[in-house]
Design a protein around this ligand. Structure first.
Ligand SMILES: NC(=O)C1=CN([C@@H]2O[C@H](COP(=O)(O)OP(=O)(O)OC[C@H]3O[C@@H](n4cnc5c(N)ncnc54)[C@H](O)[C@@H]3O)[C@@H](O)[C@H]2O)C=CC1
Ligand SMILES: O=C(O)[C@H]1O[C@H](OP(=O)(O)OP(=O)(O)OC[C@H]2O[C@@H](n3ccc(=O)[nH]c3=O)[C@H](O)[C@@H]2O)[C@H](O)[C@@H](O)[C@@H]1O
Length: 463
């Protein structure tokens, strides 16, 4: 079966870039990305592709090439479902904030709504693709809803998890390590798998397209994120030991990373991992393990989150103790708010939690991030509900540029590894700060030697 029309429900960080690349690489397929959020769709349709709602290097060019040709963004969800032969579900699957499984399980209400809508609207056979990250065996629930509430048409469910990382989404999509497609082992299931394989084979080497059963595919996505997050927590755990022993975590990471069995990636010690997925997906894994009574498995993975929370708190605590046990009334400058460089996404960013701890200590925070603005920063803080929005507003200033953020500060904390931070005029920054002038480099990106020569007291992670 050759696919000619694709619909994607959810125009977010995954749906938008993924479908833009499919449309760019498959000009014969009409790709329609739909969302309930009208403002988001309007932004995807902005005549100036620099204003699309997601900042990703290279993405606006891909959208400019395909949009209006075979890539469309729309709020007409039902029309797009009706037309398509293949429907990707790429809606959010956040951690549940209510009821049973609160704070652990994935909230699948958006997924279920999509399944019910697809069942209601479809008048012809469809392939439904899980693009969102889902608990293992979700396909069973989706199939149940589709088969029991549909109009008698036939559905095939595939799992096709997404492995892109924010900040490198376009490169990851153009040149993926692998594409994973899980489906039913029946003949119909295999036909559906082949249809999706053929879409990706327009630009991905077939040897990199891996097909499995549904449950392996669903579980592999949670497992990949758990392994990646575990590496960050592992090196961060060692960073604390390095600080006590005189070892340098950068040197340790390099030394172990040269072992080809360990490998050099994902060994950067930091103020803690953030992002919308690592924590959510591990909590989900822990919840699933517990649901099967596998308490040791649950505790093992739960430790990755415990370590990450500790690392964020430890960073804030170190600032307070270094500044003579009080930051009350002191100006602290934050460089960076996004959860990593090259994205405007702030979900679960370590910066939010470090800021919250320092505001509890009555610090006056001044933040500069190249891609994150005031509204987002304040709304991230308010979301924690630690104090009133007015109280947050009083303690938090968002600066227009880094020099303004750092002027008169007692300390600078680097929360995101934006490249531009390395190239600032650090002498000028030093001259305008209170003395001693402290730098807490939560990403180990600055030149410690140069900063020390200028006069800063430099504190990295793990050295
Ligand atoms: N952000 C990332 O880098 C990655 C995310 N994922 C997974 O992909 C999924 C989506 O994540 P994001 O794109 O980051 O989320 P997002 O929150 O940016 O986008 C989801 C979109 O779905 C829309 N939506 C929700 N219910 C809808 C409905 N019934 N009809 C139409 N639109 C609806 C929302 O309005 C929102 O715009 C999640 O399961 C996530 O775990 C997977 C890999 C990478
Ligand atoms: O499912 C998802 O959402 C995605 O989650 C991560 O991607 P992402 O969260 O966008 O970004 P990462 O590069 O993985 O970084 C996550 C966090 O870990 C931190 N990190 C990463 C690597 C490292 O060595 N040290 C470190 O502190 C980053 O700064 C960031 O806060 C995975 O890398 C993607 O493969 C996956 O598709």
């Amino acid at each position: 079966m050759k696919i000619t029309k694709i619909c994607c429900i959810g125009a977010g960080y995954v749906g938008g870039p993924t479908m833009a690349v499919i449309a760019q690489k498959c000009p014969d397929i009409k790709v329609t990305v739909v969302d309930l959020n009208e403002a988001r769709i309007a932004a995807w349709n902005d005549p100036d592709t620099n204003n699309i709602p997601i900042y990703e290097p290279g993405l606006s060019d891909v959208v400019a090439e395909a949009r209006g040709r075979n890539l469309f963004f729309s709020t007409e969800v039902e029309k797009a479902i009706d037309e398509a032969e293949m429907i990707f579900i790429s809606v959010n699957t956040p951690t549940k904030t209510y009821g049973s499984g609160k704070g652990m399980a994935a909230d699948l209400k958006y997924i279920e709504l999509c399944a019910r809508q697809i069942a209601r609207v479809s008048k012809s056979n469809k392939i439904v693709v899980e693009k969102s990250t889902l608990p293992v065996r979700t396909a069973e629930a989706i199939k149940n809803i589709l088969d029991n509430t549909g109009n008698g048409v036939r559905f095939q469910i595939l799992s096709n998890p997404e492995f892109l990382a924010e900040g490198t989404a376009v490169q990851d999509l153009l040149n993926p390590d692998r594409i994973l497609i899980g489906g039913d082992t029946t003949e119909e299931g295999q036909h559906a798998i082949n249809a999706l394989v053929d879409v990706y084979a327009n630009w991905v080497d077939r040897a990199r397209i891996l097909t499995t059963n549904l449950w392996s595919s669903e579980l592999s996505k949670l497992t990949a994120n758990a392994f990646l997050a575990q590496r960050v927590s592992s090196i961060n755990a060692l960073s604390e030991l390095c600080e006590k022993t005189g070892a340098d975590v950068n040197e340790v990471a390099k030394a172990i990373g040269m072992d080809s069995r360990i490998g050099p990636k994902f060994l950067k010690a930091s103020v803690g991992f953030g992002g919308s997925c690592f924590q959510k997906d591990i909590l989900n894994l822990v919840y699933i393990a517990k649901a099967y009574g596998l308490n040791e498995v649950a505790d093992y993975w739960g430790q990755v989150i415990i370590m990450n929370d500790h690392q964020k708190r430890r960073f804030a605590h170190k600032i307070v103790t270094t500044l003579y046990n009080t930051v009350s009334g002191k100006k602290i400058a934050f460089l960076g708010w996004a959860f990593k460089k090259d994205t405007n996404d702030t979900r679960e960013s370590a910066a939010i939690y470090v800021a919250d701890d320092l505001i509890n200590e009555q610090a006056e925070l001044h933040v500069f991030d190249p891609k994150v603005g005031e509204n987002q920063i304040l709304s991230d803080l308010n979301y924690l509900d630690s104090r009133t929005p007015e109280e947050n507003r009083k303690q938090m200033t968002v600066a227009e540029n880094p020099y303004e953020a750092c002027k008169g500060a007692h300390a600078i904390a680097v929360l995101t590894e934006w490249d531009e931070f390395r190239n600032y005029d650090w002498k000028k920054i030093y001259d305008n700060m209170m003395k001693p002038a402290f730098v807490f480099d939560g990403r180990n990106i600055l030149d410690a030697k140069k900063l020390t020569e200028i006069g800063f007291v430099y504190k990295g992670i793990g050295s």
